[in-house]
Structure formats: C-alpha cells, structure tokens
Design a protein around this ligand. Sequence first.
Ligand SMILES: [Fe+2]
Ligand SMILES: [Fe+2]
Length: 186
Amino acid sequence: MAWCFRNIRRHMCMLMRQNFAKSCESKLNDQINMELKACHQYLAMAYHFDRSDISSPGLHRFFLQSSAEEREHAEKIMKYMNKRGGLIVLSSVPEPLPCFASSLDALKHALKMELEVNQHLLDLHALAGEESDPNLCDFIEANFLQEQVDGQKILADYVCQLEKAHSDVGDYLFDKYMGAGMHTGK
Ligand SMILES: [Fe+2]
Ligand SMILES: [Fe+2]
C-alpha cells in the first residue's frame, strides 16, 4: 500500500517536471542533507558555549543564529525541489562534534564546514550548467553563492582575531565583543 502511494506521489511530481535531470535532483538532496548536518552541528556548538563552565554568551548566540540559518537554507531548497517536481529524500543526520577545546577550535571547525558546503554548492552549480538547467543555476546564484562567501569571510576574520588574541583573556574579550550587550540570559 505504501509503495502504491509513493508511486502515485511520484507520478504527480512528474506531471509538472521539466528539464530537471535526475543527477541534479540527487545532488540537491545531498545539499539539503548537508545544510541539515550544519544546522545540527551549529546547534551543538551553541549549547556547548552556553555551558556554565564555558559561559561564552556571544558565541552561544552566534552559533544559535547560524543553526537557524542552515535550517532556513535546507527549507529553501526543499521548497525549490517541490517547484521542480523532484522528490525530497532526507537522510539521517550524523552525530555532531559535542565539544571544543577553545573558541578558536570551534570557529576553525565552522569555517572548514562552510568551505565544504560552498564546494558542494559550486559542484551543484557546475552540474546544473552541464545539464543545461539555467533555472537551477539562477536559484543557486541568487540564493546561496554570495551569502556563502560573506559568511566565510566573517568566520575567517574571527579565526584571525582569536589567533592574535591567543590567551584566555583574549577569548573572554572576544566573546564580549561578539555579544556586546545582546545577552539576555535566556
Ligand atoms: Fe547553508
Ligand atoms: Fe552556512
């Protein structure tokens, strides 16, 4: 019965599907799952820095906001997938790294993760070009590429500033700078 409903649903999707290659559909699904993995990792980071023995409210807030943005990205692609007549396939989300030795370690990990996400977006854009899918190229360009580069610059700046500070006092001042007056204690 479930198989039957799946096939009917698939057929309904196909009715409005046009110039949308299976390879693009599959890579878009990978992108959705990458965004959700990043969402999960940022959430873990946010609550690591909220611990009472860490207490970095600025980083807590920053990573919480980052997590929400990644979920938004995943949902934006899911909405797009439905517009193109594709089928969304969510995979299980890998367990995130639970804790970090320092703010610098966490920010370096975030930058590495964003560079991987960006590479996947660039590969997706290249694939859309190969498959002559201008709509998908436009979707990626308009919604992701610039925002991705802007975000990476912010993370790289933070890494650089923390490397210069290079001490517990530096970490403390950096967190104050990030969260200046914004921590509500919630
Ligand atoms: Fe993202
Ligand atoms: Fe991101």
